[in-house]
Design a protein around this ligand. Sequence first.
Ligand code: FES
Ligand code: FES
Length: 163
Amino acid sequence: MAEISLRVNGAEYALSIDTRTSLLDLLREHLGLTGTKKGCDHGQCGACTVLIDGRRSNACLALAVAHDGAEVTTVEGLADDGRPHPLQAAFMELDAFQCGYCTPGQLCSAAGMLGERGPSAVTDDLTADPPLTREEIRERMSGNLCRCGAYVNIVAAIEEVGR
Ligand code: FES
Ligand code: FES
């Protein structure tokens, strides 16, 4: 067992956990924050994406004990005082989800991605910050799978917010 502290969606938690606990299980099972979904539990689908200290991460691959003192944001923490995050509003406006199972991870991943800088694997000019084209969005969001195939509208929603 280990004693750790975490700040999750603005609230402080002091926790006593088994050192094998993933951040995903801690969020869902210990804190009751079930917005973050468990898809593959192997780092392959992106359903569990959260922000750790502002950077997107797969919570299923993150050992909670390795993030003692971290600031974590889940989909429940994206809204501001009851107002939906611009990405959440755009997803609703543009019908960017169907079953919604992948949506929490898509939203957290997009929120982290919009703050990232630098080239990706599809960037031609490696010396400049690339424009947020649909191709760039697809590449940068490629770690988040949607089995319903809502990709077209997900890309459109992210593009709208990233303008
Ligand atoms: S549940 Fe973490 S990547 Fe699939
Ligand atoms: S909306 Fe169904 S898996 Fe993405």
